[in-house]
Design a protein around this ligand. Structure first.
Ligand SMILES: Cc1cc2nc3c(=O)[nH]c(=O)nc-3n(C[C@H](O)[C@H](O)[C@H](O)COP(=O)(O)O)c2cc1C
Length: 138
């Protein structure tokens, strides 16, 4: 079971539905995911720091202590995440000492109403809204 943590995740396109992230060329996990040809993005919640630490360590049994189910495409979908996004690899471009990977979204859903886990200046943290949301203003 393969997994890695990426902070470099972004949505890209609605038509077709594309997301992107940037794996380091030194990653040992990315080439193995590339061979599979698909992956499931798991947006970790602010109670999943332990999961983040386990997935960002090097090793072969990253999912040993992480509760998960197979996604529609058979990739690990972690219990309790904010959301999950099943993707096929759409394109991979040279990006200096990283790769730029585009994924085409095949399925997605919101899993739990929690807030995402954040990482800033070497520390984990939580999202704290500064103002009422745009939805409340409209
Ligand atoms: C908060 C956080 C963000 C990270 N973001 C990225 C990233 O965007 N790209 C990347 O290649 N590695 C990133 N990493 C490192 C990988 O998750 C992980 O350490 C590395 O892939 C493990 O080595 P492996 O790929 O050889 O298994 C990040 C790690 C952490 C903790």
């Amino acid at each position: 079971m393969l997994g890695m943590v990426v902070g470099s995740f972004t949505s890209v396109s609605l038509d077709p539905p594309l997301i992107a992230f940037f794996p380091d060329r030194s990653s040992t996990t990315w080439p193995r995911i590339a061979k599979v040809g698909r992956f499931c993005v798991n947006v970790l919640s602010d109670s999943q720091e332990r999961v983040c630490r386990a997935l960002s360590a090097r090793g072969d049994d990253k999912f040993g202590a992480i509760a998960h189910q197979p996604s529609f495409s058979g990739q690990p979908r972690i219990d309790g995440v904010v959301a999950w996004i099943d993707c096929d690899i759409y394109a991979v471009h040279d990006a200096g000492d990283h790769w730029c990977v585009f994924g085409q979204v095949t399925a997605l859903d919101i899993e739990s109403p929690s807030n995402p886990l954040l990482f800033f200046k070497g520390s984990y943290g939580q999202f704290a809204p500064l103002a009422i949301s745009l939805e409340d203003v409209a």
